[in-house]
Design a protein around this ligand. Structure first.
Ligand code: MG
Length: 443
């Protein structure tokens, strides 16, 4: 069967593969499947209005009522869906992609991204065109809805606001001209003095690219240092991921901020942390030191979230700054991650750079090779003789020097190879060894 949804909804370049026609048809497919109340939000992209109206028309044609939340972070819409009577949510966003992209993501009644089985049902409707169009008397109604206050209250109820305020932190937020602009400065200013960068919504992304990489957020790093702030926070386009900068203006890699928050959650509540097999061992090592344990999943935030529900885990996340707090909601939430980082700093009376120093240090190297062979993993399983192997997602081999993960991409004909070692050199050696092994097999 043809596939429409990628790892994070449907994505494409505006007016090329992401068109009004696609959006109307997907709206009809989602509406035919859900048959209920659907909440909808967008990020700040130039094509968001165009796609939102097209999806909305499709949804209404199937008799669904649509609750339009306007511009909102993905987690704010997801929180509303979870807390309200909505039967599903639709988010128009391409997350961290360049500005010419946009996407359509569907969330379930509990606010979590749809599991693959449900996406398949929607794809079936989309490709077959068997839509449940409503009679003229039953066409859906379009309402406006406010979701941001509910979201802010939800986050503030999860942390000790008074204790954070007492520390009189100064925080610089880089909203990246994305969905973070409409609420993150307001949430953070309940707890700290806030200075903002790129805080006007603008889908051309004039300030920086929306992926919060080290290169993209140099203005933030400089500002934090220049004004003597305690923390910098950068958001991706739909504000489900947060990347931190310490008081010295240094970029904190997502695996280390994940470890810091995970360690704190385990210290306070005990239990299990869920993360994909691609995450650095620094997380497991740190969590174990704090008395917890780690459960690994396949790569993908929705997979982490669903595993957390299944085993009743309190916390989980990815090394790209996507943190999931089950007491709040089962999806990545950058607002919650921001509040949680302040909470850890305040509770431990430590600066972020002090906290980072506690986390063990590893070097992670990534590469990819073009791979058309569908049975590559099976072949590699037979061929690899050393170390302990884990087959959660592709093959992960634990060697004496670290580990190597080889996994096929879900959307492109490539095999991703990740290697981690105690040093950059060790990781590089592992990756070149396994790269040649893979290339040998592809000949
Ligand atoms: Mg995102």
């Amino acid at each position: 069967m043809q596939r429409l949804f990628g790892t994070n909804g449907v994505r494409g370049v505006t007016n090329e593969s992401m068109t009004v026609e696609l959006a109307v048809k997907l709206g009809k497919a989602v509406g035919s499947y859900v048959q209920g109340n659907i909440a909808l939000a967008t990020d700040t992209r130039t094509s968001s209005g165009m796609l939102k109206n097209a999806v909305t028309a499709g949804l209404l044609s199937t008799g669904c009522n649509v609750y339009d939340a306007g511009v909102a972070p993905s987690p704010a819409l997801q929180y509303y869906v979870k807390r309200s009577e909505a039967d599903a949510g639709v988010i128009i966003t391409a997350s961290h992609n360049p500005p010419e992209f946009n996407g359509i993501k569907v969330v379930d009644a509990d606010g979590t991204e749809l599991p693959r089985e449900k996406e398949e049902k929607i794809e079936e409707l989309y490709f077959s065109g068997r839509f449940q169009l409503a009679d003229w008397k039953e066409i859906g109604t379009l309402y406006d809805v406010e979701v941001l206050d509910l979201y802010m209250d939800g986050i503030l109820s999860q942390v000790n606001v008074e204790r954070i305020r007492e520390r009189r932190y100064r925080v610089v937020l880089d909203c990246g001209n994305g969905a973070a602009c409409v609420i993150m400065p307001y949430i953070l200013s309940q707890m700290a003095e806030v200075v903002t960068l790129n805080a006007q919504p603008d889908g051309t992304f004039p300030g920086r690219n929306s992926e919060p990489t080290e290169d993209n957020i140099r203005d933030l790093m400089r500002t934090v240092k220049a004004i003597g702030a305690d923390l910098g926070i950068a958001y991706d386009g739909d504000a489900d991921r947060a990347i931190f900068v310490d008081g010295e203006g240094s970029y904190v890699y997502g695996d280390r901020s994940l470890a810091i928050v995970a360690g704190y959650m385990v210290e306070r509540h005990g239990g299990t942390v869920v993360t994909p097999v691609s995450t650095s061992s620094c997380v497991e090592e740190y969590v174990r030191k704090k008395g917890g344990n780690v459960v690994y999943t396949r790569v993908g935030a929705p997979i982490v979230a669903r595993k957390m529900i299944e085993i009743g885990a309190l916390f989980g996340g990815e090394e790209n700054g996507g943190l999931i707090f089950s007491n709040h909601q089962y999806c990545r939430d950058a607002g919650m991650a921001s509040a949680a980082m302040l909470e850890v700093m305040a509770a431990k009376e430590r600066t972020l750079s002090e906290l980072v120093k506690e986390v063990p240090s590893y070097a992670l190297v990534k590469t990819k090779v073009r791979c058309e062979k569908k049975d590559i993993i099976e072949r590699l399983k037979e061929k690899i003789q050393e170390g302990r192997c884990d087959y959660t997602d592709g093959i992960k081999v634990y060697t004496e020097d670290g580990w190597v993960l080889m996994r096929p991409s879900g959307t492109e004909p490539i095999l991703r190879i990740y290697a981690e070692g105690k040093s950059e050199k060790e990781a590089q050696q592992l990756i070149s060894r396994y790269r040649s092994l893979v290339e040998e097999e592809l000949k």
